[in-house]
Ligand binder design. Structure first.
Ligand code: NDP
Length: 444
């Protein structure tokens, strides 16, 4: 049995009932075979793969809080500190009823490589709770966040572990958690990112994931003799990533004709009106059915359908496994040039393979949506030096990071004979830096 297969088998055996974690480990280790095969003796001796698939530390804790009726509720909190070889643990806090240890481990494992790819000194971690902020009052959310942080604050700090937002953890939750951390620890430090601008947040963090996605696609196109100007793009989702991807794509001359939410999708042949979309989603928090009131020429359709549109570029920015094999076939039939993942794992494995086999340029989320965490790292830098950078300064840094990231994964793919396979390139490039740091730091 090969070393990779041995470690995968061991992960499955030792982490029962964690299918998402198994899937993530398989996906990454499978594509690392060329590197592992070339270094098998040294890696085996140092048990490198066994160490990289084992979190350095995982914390699970009780989160009791009192609801508006005076009833005590109990949730479970998690923080998985996966790998600190290249910097303090960094990764979001997911608040969603589906959260369990396996999901946090899967996200934390992926985060190691994503963070490494940014070129910034941030290790991998992830956390969260099965608490659902939807439908809770502000007071209930505050009570939960304070109780959650009362325990979590024992394990985090500006130089040890810096959590951020994720699904269910937005500006409101980060604010309550930061306030509680400061009260207990008595220090004002950059222990969380995604903070409000009035207390240490960074400009561009809101736009970063969507903008970063378009910056990396722009570089991909440039390197293939293409331009975004005049291209048509289909975007799914209508949340943070989707809105700012649409905005930047249109600024750079592409026409984005779709967006979607969990109930339906919009086709606007004249290009999505970002101001209208922001008003509907960010201000009024309404459904996309409202869009037609702003743009009478547009169409609204119930259910799924974004990927049936003829488009040059497809940008899945909503959720996991939202672009399946049938969607991939429809996109290829309609002549799609590139697919870049704004969301985490939006493309199923068979759809990814189909797109790649049919010559579609495919950028995995690990690389394509890394602009968010990269800008979080820039927030940490600003907090450390107690300065606040301008929008233009942060934006220019973000763009530089995404351009460098593209070349990093492109070079890694070429080095191992997988020219143009950015999935392999991203996994290898992210892995090599972490492994190098782990090796230099000895057996820890
Ligand atoms: P939001 O919650 O802001 O937006 C998600 C959007 O996707 C919403 O419009 C939502 O619709 C829609 N959506 C959810 N499920 C479905 C579905 N099944 N079909 C169609 N649409 C759906 O999240 P973000 O934009 O922040 O995140 C989107 C993705 O990007 C996630 O995978 C996230 O993990 C990833 N990501 C986000 C980063 C960030 O900085 N925000 C960084 C890196 C990755 P509705 O409103 O109806 O629920």
């Amino acid at each position: 049995m090969s070393y990779v297969d041995e470690v995968i088998a061991r992960v499955v055996k030792e982490n029962p009932s964690e299918p998402e974690f198994h899937q993530a480990v398989k996906e990454v280790l499978e594509s690392l075979r060329p590197v592992v095969d070339a270094n098998e003796e040294a890696f085996r001796r140092d048990a490198l793969l066994e160490r990289i698939v084992n979190p350095e530390r995982q914390i699970k804790f009780r989160v009791p809080w009192v609801d508006d009726k005076g009833q005590v509720q109990v949730n479970t909190g998690y923080r998985v500190q996966f790998n600190s070889a290249i910097g303090p643990y960094k990764g979001g806090l997911r608040l969603h009823p589906s959260v369990n240890l396996g999901i946090i481990k899967f996200l934390g494992f992926e985060q190691i490589f994503k963070n490494s790819l940014t070129g910034l000194p941030i290790g991998g971690g992830k956390g969260g709770s099965d608490f659902d902020p939807k439908g809770k009052s502000d007071r209930e959310v505050m009570a939960f966040c304070q109780s959650f942080m009362t325990e979590l604050c024992k394990y985090i700090g500006a130089d040890t572990d810096v959590p951020a937002g994720d699904i269910g953890t937005g500006a409101r939750e980060i604010g309550y958690m930061f306030g509680q951390y400061k009260r207990i620890k008595g220090v004002f430090e950059g222990v969380l990112t995604g903070k409000g601008l009035s207390y240490g947040g960074s400009l561009v963090r809101t736009e970063a994931t969507g903008y970063g996605l378009i910056y990396i696609v722009e570089e991909l196109f440039k390197c293939h003799g293409l331009s975004l100007k005049g291209k048509t793009a289909a975007v799914s989702g209508a949340g943070n990533v989707a809105i700012y991807a649409i905005q930047k794509a249109q600024q750079l001359g592409a026409k984005v004709v779709t967006c979607s939410d969990s109930t339906g999708w919009v086709y606007d042949p004249d290009g999505i009106d970002v101001a209208a979309l922001k008003e509907i989603k960010e201000v009024k928090r309404q459904r996309l059915t409202e869009y037609k009131k702003y743009r009478p020429n547009s169409e609204y359709h119930e259910g799924r359908g974004v990927w049936t549109i003829k488009t040059d570029i497809a940008l899945p920015c909503a959720t996991q496994n939202e672009l399946n094999i049938d969607d991939a076939k429809a996109l290829v039939k309609n002549g799609v040039i590139a697919v870049a993942e704004g969301a985490n794992m939006p493309t199923t494995l068979d759809a990814t393979e189909y797109l790649q086999k049919n010559g579609v340029l495919f950028l995995p989320g690990k690389a394509a949506n890394a602009g968010g965490v990269a800008t979080s790292a820039l927030e940490m830098s600003q907090n450390s030096e107690r300065l606040h950078w301008s929008f233009e300064e942060v934006d220019a840094k973000l763009k530089g990071i995404m351009v460098a990231l593209y070349h990093n994964i492109d070079d890694a793919a070429k080095k191992y004979g997988f020219d143009g396979n950015y999935v392999v390139g991203a996994n290898i490039a992210g892995f090599e830096k972490v492994v190098n740091a782990m090796t230099l730091q000895g057996i820890v």
